[in-house]
Design a protein around this ligand. Structure first.
Ligand code: NAD
Length: 477
């Protein structure tokens, strides 16, 4: 079995290793991946600090070339990398290839951004003085990522970090090191000087914790759970360093009486169940007005029953397995909780057996829910949708906003009045009209409010707000 090492200062570093297991077929071992330690993090930070002296002053064409070449290699290998992604994460092959394509597009976007770096030149309020506003890199950035988008999330953090001249210590999720390793390998072969991008795979409690505690890390960008996000915020406050947190969601999809029924059901099924519901932007609360309720439930049930749940690599599969046994048990536990709370389990919610041994789970549809139930308040992170019946638009908006999260929200309606009002009054970072709550573009800001996000936005040109410091210079002539 191949061993995949950590990568520090341009060199492979051997450690103890852990097997990367395919959740669609637990007999399939993808490879053995290094499990790093505190010393690896110390070494990686030292190298990144040293490399910053050069990389922060590097020519824009050098940075552009690295990002462009990376994008090209990813896109040329999208089938192979998409298969690896589907194999280690469990999303379908089509979703895997789609995510890899997105990673390539992100590198391509930031290859362009390198050539669009700008400052401002402003007259001072005082005579014969001029003011310049410029952006400078931060230094060493710690990047900590989750397992559910194993190539896109690393891409949307690494690409802008490099674009703006930072160096990196990258710790991917322990469950999906395969895509992370390949991505780092591609970037490092694209002409990046050694020490600029360092990979330390391993446990959050060891490698992640060592990143939080290292005083030479200048900023941390994190995507993952709220619990870990809070640890990161505390550690960053202690070290007085910049941070950016992207966390969970409990995203509402409102369906009004005047919605196009087929479109609404498509949005709900896609948003709630695709990628096995393991998306921070998943539509886990379906808020439906009385007039369309019965028709919607009937069509939703019919659509849910048609979904094919099977091996992620098999043709025709709509929904792959859950990532691992822990997540599967969590999904099953929430089914129990929902029933105990009085919600009606209309369909699904049980473990499934397939030809290959894996963590298969039948997408679940709960009805007769109210927004105070735990299944409507806590992030389940699985294919579980809770339907809440409401009287009218006003109640729907109130229920949609009654949550501690605020990542994305959606509304299905043919009314300009209601869609306009919802865009204005929905308390979320991203609002979708007649679209699923999940599925976003790579060139515009991504992020939420309340417990979903903290710090400046990711993606697009807005990424510069996190990855740079602003300098204001005054010049007397
Ligand atoms: P997680 O918080 O368990 O892990 C995320 C990362 O943090 C992993 O790399 C993990 O090893 C690391 N980590 C764990 N403990 C740590 C510690 N003590 N110190 C430093 N690092 C530590 O989250 P997960 O289970 O990998 O991902 C699922 C969560 O991610 C869900 O809540 C989901 O909503 C969220 N998510 C959010 C977004 C978003 O953009 N808002 C996107 C994808 C996933």
């Amino acid at each position: 079995m191949r061993m995949y090492a950590n990568f520090i200062n341009g060199e492979s570093i051997e450690n103890e290793s852990v097997s990367n297991i395919n959740p669609s077929d637990t007999n399939d071992v993808i490879g053995n991946y290094a499990r790093g330690n505190e010393q690896n993090v110390k070494d990686a930070v030292e190298c990144a600090k040293h490399a910053f002296l050069l990389w922060s002053k590097s020519g824009l064409l050098d940075r552009h070339t690295v990002l462009k070449k990376t994008s090209e290699e990813i896109i040329n290998r999208k089938e192979e990398l998409g298969k690896l992604l589907a194999r280690e994460e469990g999303k379908t092959l089509a979703e895997g290839v789609g995510e890899v394509t997105r990673a390539a597009q992100i590198f391509d976007f930031f290859a362009g951004e390198v050539l669009r770096l700008m400052g401002e030149s402003i007259p001072s309020i005082r005579p014969n003085i001029h003011v310049e506003i410029t952006r400078e890199p931060l230094g060493v950035v710690g990047i900590i990522t989750p397992w559910n988008f194993p190539i896109a999330i690393p891409a949307w953090k690494i690409a802008p970090a490099l674009c703006y001249g930072n160096t990196i210590v990258f710790k991917p999720a322990e469950l999906t090191p395969g895509c992370a390793w390949e991505l780092v390998d591609i970037i490092n072969r694209s002409g990046l000087p050694k020490g600029v991008l360092n990979l330390v795979m391993g446990k959050g409690s060891v490698v992640g914790q060592a990143i939080l505690e290292n005083e030479n890390i200048n900023a941390i960008t994190f995507t993952g759970s709220i619990e870990t996000g809070k640890l990161i915020a505390n550690a960053c406050a202690k070290h007085m360093r910049k941070y950016q947190l992207e966390m969970g969601g409990k995203n509402p999809l409102v369906i009004l009486d005047d919605a196009d029924l087929d479109k609404a059901v498509d949005c709900a099924i896609n948003g709630a169940f695709f990628s096995t519901g393991q998306r921070c932007t998943a539509s886990s609360r379906l808020i439906v007005t009385e007039g369309i309720y019965d028709k919607f439930i009937e069509a939703m049930l019919e659509g849910t029953k048609k979904l094919v749940i099977d091996n992620a690599l098999k043709e025709g599969t709509h929904i792959g397995p859950v990532i691992n046994d822990t997540q599967l048990q969590q999904d099953l536990e929430y089914i129990k909780v929902g029933r105990e709370e009085g919600a009606k389990l209309l369909f699904g919610g049980e473990r499934l057996n397939r030809e290959s041994p894996g963590y298969y789970f039948q997408p679940a549809l709960f009805t007769e829910c109210n927004n105070n139930m735990r299944i409507c308040r806590e992030e389940i992170f699985g294919p579980v949708a809770s339907v809440i019946k409401v009287k009218n638009y006003e109640e729907a908006l109130h229920v949609a906003n009654d949550t501690t999260f605020g990542l994305s929200s959606g509304i299905c309606t043919s009314s300009l009045k209601y869609s306009t009002d919802f865009k204005k009054n929905s308390i979320a970072g991203m609002v979708m009209v007649n679209l699923p709550t999940a599925g976003v573009d790579f060139h515009v800001p991504f992020g939420g409010r309340k417990n979903s996000s903290l710090g400046s936005r990711e993606q697009g040109k807005y990424a510069s707000e996190f990855y740079t410091n602003i300098k204001t210079s005054y010049i007397s002539h």
